[in-house]
Design a protein. Structure first.
Length: 283
């Protein structure tokens, strides 16, 4: 039986995807390639590259934190019935990494990109590399659709290249480079645009912060003239707010884009750019 876990567009709801795949959450019965996505950003790239030749299931429910994903029996069935599995290793979704062992064809987009930080989509260039991996894998399971996959992947990469240029220009000249964030999600973005990430916790946003780390961040904020501590959409802002109060600075949302988006990846990244430009004093 063919299998696939891949990226799904944020506009595709889990319930709709499950309905399209049948009551067991398995593959499509209309000849489309069956894809299962660990979370929204993987789903989005699969949808963009796959177009109407794919049926994608997003395993992370709306509003849920992807790191906390625990598969239901129906979702495990969807993994079993899919044609290709695309997921993120590097500790991003441990439950999904475990499920990948039962899939006939599974691709870890972190390993495929030769990296360790799982938050690859926050660098548009790395996200474009992920699109190329999805393109290759879809051609492998559905050669008849190759021309469309190549065309859609190329168009998506062009969009990402334009976004990358916009971010680079917007963050080129700033008074500050340090970004204090709720968890370790922005390493790729920071490396790409010459920022200095200072996360409160590690890869898991639910981890308890170390008191010494918090004290050190208060000192850093004051020493570097940091104006803003960044929190996120899908996790509690409590710790970030406490740090900001102690340091006497503001709190703002810098979205790691781990959840579903009403207006897509590009618009959300541009919102992040605006927030960063204000916090960093960019001209």
């Amino acid at each position: 039986m063919r299998r696939l876990i891949a990226f799904l567009a944020p506009s595709v709801l889990l319930s709709a995807a499950m309905a399209a795949c049948g009551s067991g959450g398995g593959g499509a019965d209309d000849g489309r390639v069956r894809i299962v996505a660990g979370f929204a950003r993987l789903a989005e790239v699969a949808e963009r590259v796959g177009g109407d030749r794919v049926a994608v299931t997003d395993l992370t429910p709306p509003g849920a934190e992807p790191h906390d994903l625990e598969l239901t029996s129906e979702e495990i069935d969807a993994v079993d019935d899919a044609d290709l599995m695309l997921y993120l290793g590097g500790g991003f979704q441990p439950g999904l990494a475990e499920a990948s062992r039962r899939a006939g064809k599974a691709v870890d987009l972190v390993t495929a990109g030769d990296g360790k930080d799982p938050h690859i989509w926050l660098d548009p260039q790395r996200y474009a590399e992920a699109a190329s991996v999805v393109e290759r894998e879809l051609v492998a399971v559905d050669a008849a659709g190759a021309a469309g996959y190549h065309q859609r992947a190329a168009a998506f990469r062009d969009e990402l290249a334009a976004l990358d240029r916009e971010l680079a220009a917007g963050l080129a000249t700033c008074e500050r480079r340090e970004i204090v964030t709720a968890h370790e999600a922005f390493g790729h973005l920071a490396r790409r645009y010459d920022l200095v990430p200072e996360p409160i916790t590690g890869v898991s946003p639910e981890a308890e912060p170390d008191p010494d780390r918090l004290a050190g961040l208060v000192d850093l904020v004051k020493a570097k003239g940091v104006t803003t501590v960044f929190t996120e959409r899908l996790v509690s802002p409590r710790v970030a707010q406490a740090l900001a109060r102690e340091a006497g600075v503001k709190v703002a949302v810098l979205d790691p884009l781990e959840g579903r988006l009403d207006d897509g990846y590009g618009a959300a990244m541009r919102r992040n750019l605006a927030v960063l430009r204000t916090a960093l004093g960019c001209s």
